[in-house]
Ligand binder design. Structure first.
Ligand SMILES: NC(=O)c1ccc[n+]([C@@H]2O[C@H](COP(=O)([O-])OP(=O)(O)OC[C@H]3O[C@@H](n4cnc5c(N)ncnc54)[C@H](O)[C@@H]3O)[C@@H](O)[C@H]2O)c1
Length: 379
């Protein structure tokens, strides 16, 4: 079957370091266009062959020789940009978070359903080896009823909070060119997909209710940054598990071990390692104490092409799943609706914070669930 002709939109660090190299390595893709609104990032050395560069996304969507959009932008509109592509009849493989508003989640769902195009979210941590092992433990009932699931993403990244809009380069706050970057403006709790996606896969569940809480702005660690140091979402799932998940991007944290997870059930408990020298641990009822476990990020069954693809070999899997869905109709494990399950609770956690930490119901985007009035308009 012919290669998927893909345009990569958003030429920041993620596209340059991972997507563009991987799309050349994995059979079945041909990059046919590149786009970024910042022309200084139109670097012809990114590919070993010539492709057209575009500044305006609408021009890419108008190209008849583009089958699919690889969406690697950081923008409050990244959900809307995905919906625009689906509405233009393009398949979409989009970076996380899927969207930053519930209206955009609905737009993606309705546009994918109407167009029949593939929408795939590039959330890769659900492919980690230990996630599969934990899923099997939960599915086999060995942990009993999981009552508590925790996740956190603490990644100290003060250097990406100001950007020169002309060159696209991150600059210090004191630089006269400095403007707040989207990483600065985004509520930190929006960046929960790497916690929600793997843990909802482990639990085979979705969130139905959320409450958010935040420390104040500006940051205590970096007063020049108008972002809270810590945001927390407390959530309840359809299957009656409580999730406690937190995000922090400006508070100092050791390099590495940014993600941490824990499950407690009526018959046992598992937890990820706290430090590089630490081990993941497990306890089952009847054991005297927690024991070390040998779970890894890397999967034991990783094909050679996955090894070294990024994030514990996981980056490879979303591209292969997208390719097989577009070319062969292979159903996506992280389908359209599960993708929205990784975004909507995070969006509503920020809404809850903005409204004084009130509890909010999380919509179910599936066709057999009740759709709220106005959903057909993305509202
Ligand atoms: N899955 C992962 O592990 C992972 C890791 C890093 C980043 N990401 C995600 O990848 C995406 C890109 O991250 P990044 O670090 O490269 O961000 P970045 O800010 O460095 O780059 C994003 C680029 O998108 C461009 N852009 C924004 N809106 C645009 C538009 N309408 N049209 C054209 N270009 C536009 C910007 O000019 C910028 O150059 C984000 O969604 C981020 O959350 C995911």
């Amino acid at each position: 079957m012919s290669d998927i002709r893909i345009a990569v939109v958003g030429l920041g660090a993620r596209a340059r370091s991972t997507w563009i190299p991987l799309l050349q390595r994995i059979p079945g893709f041909r990059i046919v266009a590149l786009c970024d609104s910042v022309t200084a990032l139109h670097d012809r050395s990114m590919l070993p062959y010539e492709v057209p560069f575009y500044q305006d996304y609408a021009d890419v969507l108008a190209l008849s020789d583009v089958d699919a959009i690889g969406l690697t932008v950081r923008s409050p509109d990244q959900g809307a940009l995905a919906a625009d592509a689906l509405e233009a009849g393009k398949h979409v493989h989009a970076e996380v978070p899927a969207a930053h508003s519930i209206a955009d989640c609905w737009r993606i769902v309705l546009a994918a359903e109407r167009s029949g195009c593939v929408y795939a979210l590039a959330e890769q941590t659900r492919h980690w080896g230990f996630v599969q092992a934990w899923r099997e433990l939960v599915a086999s009932g060995q942990l009993g009823h999981v009552t508590l699931c925790e996740g956190q993403y603490f990644h100290y990244l003060p250097a990406d909070k100001f950007r020169d809009p002309v060159t696209g380069a991150f600059v210090p706050a004191t630089d006269p060119r400095a403007e707040p970057s989207w990483q600065h403006l985004m509520p930190p709790i929006h960046y929960l997909p790497h916690e929600l996606s793997p843990m909802l896969k482990v639990l085979d569940d979705r969130v139905v209710q959320v409450v958010g809480m935040s420390t104040d702005v500006p940051s205590y660690a970096h007063p020049e940054i108008r972002q809270p140091d810590m945001q927390v979402a407390l959530m309840k799932t359809a299957g009656d598990t409580i999730l406690r998940m937190a995000t922090s991007f400006v508070q100092p944290h050791p390099e590495g071990n940014w993600h941490w997870y824990h499950l407690s059930g009526t018959n046992g408990r598992v937890e990820w390692r706290r430090a590089a020298a630490d081990k993941p641990r497990m306890w089952l009822a009847g054991m005297p104490d927690l024991v070390d476990a040998d779970w890894q990020f890397e999967r034991a069954d990783a094909p050679p092409a996955a090894v070294g693809s990024g994030h514990g070999d996981a980056d490879y899997y979303t591209h292969v799943a997208f390719r097989d869905a577009v070319r062969d109709g292979t159903p996506l494990e992280l389908d359209l609706y599960r993708a929205m399950d990784t975004a909507a609770p995070a969006i509503l956690a920020a809404s809850s914070i903005a409204q004084g930490s009130i509890p909010l119901a999380v919509p179910d985007f599936r066709p057999n669930a009740d759709r709220p009035p106005g959903a057909e308009y993305g509202g």
